[in-house]
Design a protein around this ligand. Sequence first.
Ligand code: UD1
Ligand code: CA
Length: 452
Amino acid sequence: MDNISAVILAAGEGTRMKSKTPKVLHKVVGKTMIKRVIDTAFNMGAGKICVVVGHGGEEVKKSLEGFNVSFREQKEQLGTGHAVMQAVDFINDGDDIVVLYGDTPLIKAETLKKFVDYHRSEGNSVSIVSAMVDNPEGYGHIIRDKNGSFVKNIEHKDASAEEKLVNEINTGIYCFKGKSLKKALGMLKNDNAQGEYYLPDTLAIILGFGEKVNAMAAQDVTEFLGVNNRVQLYEAESIMRGRINKELMLNGVTILSPDNTYIDDGVEIGADTVIYPGCVIEGNTIIGENCAVGPNSRLTNMKISDNVQIQYTVAMDSEVGSGTKVGPFAYIRPNSKIGENIKIGDFVEVKNSVIGNGTKVSHLTYIGDSDVGERINFGCGTITVNYDGKKKFRTTIEDDVFIGCNANLVAPVTLHKGSYVAAGSTVTKDVPEKSLAIARNRQQNIEGWTKK
Ligand code: UD1
Ligand code: CA
């Protein structure tokens, strides 16, 4: 949309969080609240965004490095109206200004777009989003006359007994004509119960100009949940998780226990994939079709193809090809490229390695810094010895190699095509093609030894 700017208020201290971290830097589903609100504002179509910071301002600014937003500082927190005053030079007369809070992270961009459409089509000078709530305590009440026309917003602390009964409240989301907002800000007073400059007082002021003011009713009240303490942080988290899981399910993913499944937004999962309980799927993870993931797995920034099975596994920053089975109890560490139709079994750790198609690593094995070919059999307890205490070295294993149980492969070393390693060997030299390496002492039996 053209000519929309957003002002995001994020100067409040958030004492009820009981945290050293500024409130808006607490995360909801893996992303800070302030980033969520900024992303939503951009998705709404804001051409420019101003964040008003105060408490923990330096930290908040630092967390937003690289974001195309401007900052204004509110040195003393003298109210929401005072906060917007700090951004007055940011406001263009001809723009519509949407005011958002940094601690209200669940609002959807599509809701805001509807809101701006409403504001424009009604020809309002200021619009707010209102909601009907059971308990209006702590909110601003929307007071209307007999005909239902907007009269004013009155804060709960300033409201009369009668006004306190009004359960249409101000969600704190506004859309102003820039010119009207600037004029009204200059007229705000702080003669109220809290001695603050209240932004919602601009509504009655603008009405006094003879301009149009009205409220759009919220469809879904949960979008406007403000986070003031850790209980509300949890509520925001579970609402957001619920949305993500629901969308995935509607797109063909089976999630057996959505209440016990933690998927970040942005994660992509293909149809007919089943997610078992206890999974945490994070970051830029992409999962293909017809996979089975979990129970109890944590996948971070993983690229997983179709028909993959992963159970009881921790995996990050790596790729898994189609038809591969991982786990139970595997650990895939960064920069691993695991191919197709591979078996990574129990207590196997893979780090910074490439593994070719059809290879089997069934149990108790460490593969680190290795280039592993196709159709290789790793015996139980194989270790690539990649670290001499100072430097890391790579191990190369060519196609069709067979490694017996309990072998150490001391890098740098290459096992050439089709070679064999005898069980219990510690291999320190390259093994030529199609040969057998035995690197252990021959067995000796001392007859009658116990009689001595
Ligand atoms: C505000 C509204 C109330 C509305 C409610 C919805 C006012 C006076 N009241 O009340 O009508 O129903 O939101 O949640 O606006 N902030 C600053 N600087 C300040 C004060 C606040 O940046 O000086 C920021 C806070 O960090 C917060 C937001 O503004 O993100 C709202 O402030 P808060 O004090 O929580 O307002 P409420 O009392 O909730
Ligand atoms: Ca609040």
